[in-house]
Design a protein around this ligand. Structure first.
Ligand SMILES: Cc1cc2nc3c(=O)[nH]c(=O)nc-3n(C[C@H](O)[C@H](O)[C@H](O)COP(=O)(O)O)c2cc1C
Length: 201
């Protein structure tokens, strides 16, 4: 299959068979992630493979507590808060593996001013996105399903502490991984409206 065809075949799959994923295979996927381009030849990412029940529960609880507080601050109805946070807990704890992508300042430049410091962090974040896409494409190539979950970017410290990670590892991305539930049907993907999304000069 051509590479563009393969890229088009990767879909976000949110339902998995219960089978565990071999740790070596997960390591191979993380290695593919770490071949992503990054600023200054750095590797400002750290990946955490979370495939034990205790760690999944701790992560889901840590992030869930922060989300619950945020939703309460938004004055969301308490019953709705329970529904949302409970569904998220089930989603995270029922996936065979979670792979958490963290950012660090390792290898990044430091600037005295806030604007360039923010741009530097932004570059690292872009490269984490490239690494996560590598991970998901490599997962698809291995017959695995995956889905990116945004949650840690809203609560990096809580996610870090829930997993007892070093202070400087800040979770910013999470990927659910597993063998696909054959009954799951991916949402219809609209055609790319190229004329709206691309300009030429
Ligand atoms: C940064 C980012 C955050 C995302 N967060 C979530 C999420 O929290 N929950 C979820 O179900 N999907 C999440 N997704 C997956 C998107 O919904 C999905 O990529 C999009 O609908 C396109 O579908 P496709 O990946 O099958 O092409 C996220 C994707 C990205 C890139």
């Amino acid at each position: 299959m051509s590479l563009p065809g393969f890229i088009a075949r990767r879909r976000s799959i949110r339902a998995f068979r219960a089978d565990r994923i071999d740790r070596q295979l997960l390591d191979d996927l993380v290695e593919a992630a770490c071949l992503a381009p990054a600023p200054h030849h750095s590797r400002p990412w750290r990946f955490v493979v979370v495939d034990t029940d205790d760690a999944k529960r701790a992560l889901a609880a840590g992030m869930g507590a922060k989300w619950r507080a945020d939703l309460a601050g938004d004055r969301v109805d308490p019953a709705r808060i329970n529904e949302l946070v409970d569904a998220s807990h089930v989603k995270l704890t029922s996936a065979p593996a979670l792979v958490v992508g963290c950012l660090t300042w390792d290898g990044l430049d430091r600037y005295p001013d806030e604007a360039r410091q923010r741009a530097e962090w932004g570059m690292a974040l872009l490269s984490l996105g490239a690494a996560v896409e590598n991970f998901m494409l490599a997962a698809a190539d291995a017959g695995l399903a995956s889905c990116w979950v945004a949650a840690p970017i809203f609560c990096p410290e809580e996610a870090r502490d829930a997993l007892a990670l070093p202070d400087e590892w800040l979770p910013h991305a999470l990927v659910l991984v597993g063998y696909p539930d054959p009954a799951y049907v991916a949402r219809e993907r609209p055609a790319v409206p190229l004329d709206e999304l691309r300009a030429t000069r």
